[in-house]
Design a protein around this ligand. Structure first.
Ligand code: DHB
Length: 394
C-alpha cells in the first residue's frame, strides 16, 4: 500500500487528522489494533473545549455535537458542601460542550466512510520503521491475518498512551517527564436523570468527586480512590453512599441515583515524551503526553496537536515547506505544558492527598478559597478550562 500520510491510531486524533488532510486533498491510511466496535463503546472523556468543537464541527467532521451535545456555559466547584459557580460565559465569553469521546469517534468514523477513507481496524503486529529516511513504512497484519506494508511520506503516531510509535523512537533521542499520584478515580455510568444542570467538581474531607453527565438518562460520576481499589468489590449502594458523602452540604443537595452499568478504576498520571518528532515520524495526543483527568484536558489537547500537525503536514506536502514540521514539536509542547500545569494544579487543589502534611492540606484549602473568592481567580480558571483565548491558541 502507498499513501502520503500513514496514521497509527484511529481514535479521535488519528481520524480527525485523516479528515483534515482529506479536506485539502491529501490522502492517508489509518490503522488501529482495536476493532471499530470496541473504540465506539469504550467510555472516555466527555468535555470538548470551544476550540475543539470549532475544529471538529466547522470542518464538517462531527456535526452531531450541535444536535446531540450540550453546551455548558459554566461549571460548579463545590468545596466542603458549598457551591462556587464558574460562569464561563460571563467571565471569559466561552463555553464547553458535553459530547462524549466515543460519539466523537462514531461521527469521525462515519465521515471517513462517506469520504471513502481507508481505515484498517483490528490489526496486529504494528511496526513503524524507516522514519529516518524519506520513505518510512509501517508493517502490520490486517484483521484477516494478511501481512501488509504501508509505504508513506510521513508517519503519524496517534496511538495512545501505550504508543508503539513513541516506543519506536530511539531512546537516546527522547526525554521523558512524569509524575505519579497517590490516588486514582473510580468511574461509573448509571441510568438516572442528571443531578444538576452543570458539572460539579467537589472537594470534601473524604476526597474528590466529579458529577458529570452523558445524556438525559445516563450519568457519569467519579470519585477519588486508592490506585489499587477493586471496582468489582463495590455495590451500587456503597458507590452512591460514597459519592453522596462527598457532595453533602448545608444546601441539602442530593444526587439522583440509578442502576450502575459500568464501574472502572482509571489510572492517574502526568507524562510527556519530548520531542514529539523523530525524522518523518510525528506524535500526537496521548502517544506523546498524558494528563490526569481533572480539568478534562486530554482529548482537547490531542485535538489541538492535530490542528497544529495538520497545518504543518499541509504545508510540507502541498508547498514543500517543512518549517511547520520542523517547528511542530516546540509549538505543540507549549500548549502541552500549559495543560499539564492546569491538570496537575486542579488535581492538587481538589483532591485529598494522603501524603500531604497538615500544613500543606491547609495551604491548599487557602489557595482554593483565595481563587474562588476572586473574580480574577475564577476568570483564570474559566479561561484555562475552556481552552484559553483564541489569540493565544498555538
Ligand atoms: C468528564 C471527565 C473529566 O475528567 C472531566 O474533567 C469532566 C468530565 C466526563 O467524563 O464526563
Amino acid at each position: 500500500l502507498r499513501t502520503t500520510v500513514a496514521i497509527v491510531g484511529a481514535g479521535p486524533a488519528g481520524l480527525a487528522l485523516a479528515h483534515l488532510l482529506h479536506t485539502v486533498g491529501i490522502d492517508s491510511i489509518v490503522v488501529d489494533n482495536r476493532d471499530r466496535e470496541t473504540i465506539a463503546t469504550t467510555h472516555r472523556a466527555g468535555i470538548l473545549e470551544q476550540g475543539s468543537v470549532e475544529l471538529l464541527a466547522d470542518t464538517g467532521a462531527v456535526t452531531r455535537v450541535h444536535t446531540h451535545g450540550h453546551e455548558h456555559e459554566g461549571t460548579v466547584f463545590r468545596v466542603d458542601g458549598v457551591d462556587h459557580r464558574i460562569d464561563f460565559q460571563g467571565l471569559v465569553g466561552a463555553s464547553v460542550w458535553l459530547y462524549p469521546q466515543n460519539e466523537v469517534f462514531v461521527d469521525l468514523a462515519q465521515t471517513r466512510d462517506a469520504a471513502g477513507g481507508t481505515v484498517f481496524y483490528g490489526v496486529s503486529d504494528t511496526s513503524p520503521a524507516a522514519f529516518d529516511t524519506d520513505r518510512p513504512h509501517v508493517d502490520f497484519t490486517d484483521a484477516d491475518g494478511t501481512p501488509r506494508r504501508i509505504v508513506c511520506d510521513w508517519l503519524v503516531g496517534a496511538d495512545g498512551s501505550r504508543s508503539v510509535c513513541r516506543n519506536a523512537i530511539p531512546e537516546a533521542e527522547r526525554q521523558r517527564f512524569s509524575l505519579e499520584y497517590p490516588f486514582a478515580w473510580f468511574g461509573i455510568l448509571c441510568e438516572a436523570p442528571p443531578s444538576a444542570p452543570e458539572l460539579i467538581y467537589s472537594r470534601s474531607e473524604r476526597g474528590f468527586a466529579l458529577i458529570s453527565q452523558r445524556s438525559d438518562t445516563v450519568q457519569r460520576m467519579y470519585f477519588q480512590c486508592s490506585p489499587d481499589e477493586d471496582a468489582s468489590a463495590w455495590s451500587d449502594d456503597r458507590i452512591f453512599a460514597e459519592l453522596q458523602a462527598r457532595v453533602d452540604g448545608p444546601d441539602g443537595f442530593e444526587l439522583t441515583t440509578g442502576p450502575v452499568f459500568e464501574r472502572t478504576v482509571l489510572p492517574f498520571r502526568s507524562y510527556v515524551s519530548e520531542p514529539m518528532r523523530s525524522g518523518r515520524l510525528l506524535l500526537a495526543g496521548d502517544a506523546a503526553h498524558t494528563v490526569p483527568p481533572t480539568g478534562a484536558k486530554g482529548l482537547n489537547l490531542a485535538l489541538q496537536d492535530v490542528r497544529v500537525l495538520f497545518e504543518a503536514l499541509r504545508d510540507a506536502v502541498l508547498s514543500g515547506d517543512e518549517s511547520g514540521v520542523d517547528g511542530y514539536s516546540d509549538r505543540a509542547l507549549q500548549r502541552v505544558w500549559k495543560a499539564q500545569n492546569f491538570s496537575y494544579w486542579v488535581t492538587s487543589l481538589m483532591h485529598r492527598d494522603p501524603q500531604a502534611g497538615d500544613f500543606e492540606t491547609r495551604r491548599r484549602a487557602g489557595e482554593l478559597r483565595g481563587l474562588l473568592e476572586s473574580d480574577h481567580g475564577r476568570a483564570y480558571l474559566a479561561e484555562a478550562y475552556t481552552g484559553w483565548p483564541r489569540e493565544s491558541r498555538l
